[in-house]
Design a protein around this ligand. Structure first.
Ligand code: ZN
Length: 214
């Protein structure tokens, strides 16, 4: 009997993952899927399944809550990530960190390159490393190249917090966690973040904990 084109193992995996309909379980550091470069997306999920998967990533990101989520964080080794940041922060934080709203978008096969030599160092966290945050010095400005969920090319220059989010999520697709790039001595629990290091910049933390800022 004739059968439709064989489904890929990744399609089977995603189908199973979506069966429950709720937010997806987030994979924590220590799972090898977070350490393997993800496969470039090349139609492994048929369009309807890709749409459902992207919706589930968005739902999971909102539920966490987070401002970005990469497919490996739900155990799927594909180069797909979602980002969205309404940036509900006080004006002084917005100014210090460049944390401006980033509308929802899907990044398929993203990559980035530094624009200029500027660096920006701030605390960040990761849904796959719950309970902790650390300072990461990142490119202040990057050129993002990707496809969107409809296969349209994305090519734009981002700065401030959107640049940080895009670097963090794209790094996930290479098997890199933010801790790989962090100042080890800045590592702080969420409790320490809330009570000690909630200033707009990490300067006070750098002096007290003994790490360098660029
Ligand atoms: Zn992360």
């Amino acid at each position: 009997m004739a059968s439709p084109r064989a489904r890929t193992p990744l399609a089977e995996q995603v189908d199973e993952l979506l069966a429950d309909g709720g937010p997806l379980p987030i994979v924590a550091a220590g799972d090898p899927v977070l350490r393997r470069p993800a496969e470039p997306f090349d139609g492994q999920l048929e369009p309807a399944l890709l749409t459902r998967f992207v919706q589930a990533l968005r739902l999971t990101m909102h539920a966490a809550p987070g401002v970005g989520l990469a497919a490996p964080q739900v155990g799927v080794g594909l180069r797909i990530a979602v980002v969205e940041d309404p940036a509900p922060v006080p004006e002084e934080v917005r100014e210090a960190r460049g944390r401006v709203p980033l509308p929802f978008r899907v990044l398929v096969n993203p990559s980035y390159d530094a624009v200029g030599t500027g660096r920006a160092a701030f605390y960040e966290g990761c849904l796959s490393v719950p309970g902790w945050q650390a300072v990461v010095a990142r490119h202040a400005e990057v050129r993002l190249r990707a496809l969107d969920e409809r296969g349209q090319a994305v090519d734009e220059v981002l700065s401030g917090w959107p640049a940080r989010i895009v670097q963090h999520e794209t790094d996930h697709l290479e098997g890199t966690l933010y801790l790989d790039r962090a100042e080890p001595r800045s590592l702080s629990s969420n409790d320490a973040m809330a009570h000690r290091w909630n200033q707009p910049t990490p300067e006070r933390a750098a002096r007290a904990l003994g790490f360098e800022l660029p």
